[in-house]
Ligand binder design. Structure first.
Ligand code: 6GU
Length: 222
């Protein structure tokens, strides 16, 4: 699967995508991530990608044409691709959406910046507009990372890359169950003399009971 990000801050992504598990996934050709500098698609030599808003008002608005040209250039006809635009006014992102996206060949992501983007990017150019939650961010770069990470971990081989394809039951794809986990020591003594303990059942060696406890405490994410 291939991800394409359109942004005016391409450097933001470098270390994250090269150093995390996603770096390994790219090396193994499980995913491909391409970051595109929107300024390369500007129509003038100064690399302008914004302009004054129609109707007046303060601030600048990201222009439609460079984004349109970027998408046209990046979209591969042979691939089944989807263009998504990040905005706090978009449809709320979910695990279900991540699963849907993981079945496409190419995800093209448009990262807007805070002052605004020509609305035609949302209404005409993009297939979908996406918000990652009910709060306001400065730009779409972090949402793009959220989408890439949540979609990539659903792609065969990406999660198991560190331990030879070993997939635990709790990591199943459709609705992962996240239960609390512990490791040694069984009792941790704080500097103030408090004892923070691991639940007894996990030390019992009783597999049925452990399974029950995990099911009860686990949270299903759909
Ligand atoms: Cl996708 N963009 C921005 N700017 N803010 C957000 C968001 C997206 N999702 C939640 N807040």
């Amino acid at each position: 699967m291939r991800f394409d990000i359109i942004t005016i801050f391409p450097e933001i992504f470098e270390s994250y995508f090269s150093e995390s598990l996603l770096g390994k996934a790219q090396k193994a050709n499980l995913i491909e991530i391409n970051v595109h500098d929107l300024r390369d698609y500007s129509q003038n030599k100064w690399g302008d990608v914004d302009d004054k808003p129609y109707g007046g008002g303060r601030g600048m608005v990201m222009k439609l044409e460079p984004i349109y040209r970027a998408v046209k250039n990046i979209r591969k006809k042979k691939l089944q691709s989807k263009v998504i635009f990040f905005t706090p006014r978009g449809k709320k992102y979910s695990q279900k959406k991540a699963m849907e996206y993981s079945k496409t060949d190419q995800l093209i992501m448009i990262c807007g910046r805070y002052e605004g983007v020509d609305e035609r990017v949302k209404t005409d150019l993009a297939d979908e507009s996406v918000s990652i939650g009910d709060y306001v961010l400065i730009g779409g770069e972090i949402p793009a990372m959220v989408v890439i990470e949540s979609v990539s971990r659903l792609i065969d081989g990406v999660i198991g890359i560190d331990n030879e394809g070993f997939l635990e039951e709790r990591m199943v794809k459709n609705g992962m169950v996240e239960y609390p986990q512990y490791t040694r020591p069984a009792v941790f003594k704080t500097d103030e003399g408090e004892e923070w303990k691991v639940p007894e059942v996990l030390l019992s060696g009783h597999h049925e009971k452990i399974k029950k406890w995990r099911n009860k405490r686990g949270k299903k994410i759909k």
